[in-house]
Design a protein around this ligand. Structure first.
Ligand code: LIP
Length: 260
């Protein structure tokens, strides 16, 4: 296995520090589910606190970096380098006590994602990738799945929900793909969806209306696991237009054809 660079080591340390508290908070949630108000405020506090911890750790080590996080005002350090952070990707799962969420941290330098770390603190899976050095999960090198037939491929998707996404376009996409693939899954964490494509659990991933912090780290994981990631038009503007299509090099064009 390649050793993580100093930059990735800093990112892993920040994720692990925030994870300790998140796991305790997740344990607490069980008690809050039954209250009428529900645990929404508690979760939003947990989210903000996790981002604060991550931000402090990262900027302590790399004060020259900027910071883009889901929960805070953009911090402008260097214009060339920034961290892109989601302290809880899969917030709705977290809120409902479903153990499918993660911390996602990416480092972008000169407009290119150079490093990505995704930590699932419940299943103890630590993913990292670095441009040119490969993608890893708990020390094991990752490769996307080798399936080449759409009818055998498992597709993980994101779905529109109240106030978010384009329901009509999504239904049209489902109609086209349903008869062609082996199955669909909706897991609720875009970062983990991409990590699972990188390790071959899922063959393909498609979602729109995403934010940079949901996907920046996961995109690099898939690319470094020899997969292809584009936006829904086949271009490379995933962080800007928020649509993502990820798969191995054979399945990617097949899925894209279905989207046309
Ligand atoms: C969420 C994603 C989820 C996606 C939602 C949302 P959050 O991120 O990871 O899979 O469908 O649109 O963006 O809000 O939990 O960080």
């Amino acid at each position: 296995m390649a050793n993580p660079s100093a930059l990735v080591t800093v990112m892993i340390k920040a994720a692990e520090k925030a994870a300790k508290k998140l796991v305790r908070d997740f344990g607490e949630l069980e008690n809050l589910q039954v209250s009428k108000k529900g645990p929404a405020d508690f979760v939003s506090r947990a989210d903000i606190m996790a981002e604060k911890t991550i931000k402090e750790e990262l900027l302590k080590a790399r004060s020259d970096f900027g910071f883009l996080g889901e929960e805070s005002e953009p911090h402008t350090g260097s214009i060339n380098s920034r961290f892109i952070v989601d302290p809880i990707d899969g917030t709705t799962n977290f809120l409902h006590g479903i153990p499918q969420f993660c911390i996602s941290i990416a480092a972008e330098v000169d407009g290119q994602i150079k490093a990505g770390v995704i930590l699932d603190p419940i299943k103890h899976e630590l993913f990292w990738a670095e441009k040119g050095l490969g993608a890893y999960c708990n020390g094991k090198r990752l490769r996307v799945a080798g399936r080449t037939d759409l009818s055998e491929a498992l597709l993980v998707i994101g779905t529109p929900f109240a106030g978010h996404g384009d329901a009509d376009a999504f239904i049209a996409f489902l109609k086209k793909t349903m008869g062609n693939v082996a199955g669909f899954r909706r897991m609720g964490s875009a970062a983990l969806d991409l990590a699972y494509v990188a390790m071959g659990r899922f063959d393909m991933y498609y979602e729109t209306h995403l934010k940079p912090w949901d996907v920046a780290a996961g995109i690099l994981l898939v690319e470094e696991a020899k997969g292809i990631v584009t936006d829904s038009t086949g271009g490379n503007d995933m962080l800007k237009n928020g649509s993502i299509l990820a798969a191995n090099p054979i399945l990617h064009p097949l899925l894209r054809n279905l989207l046309r």
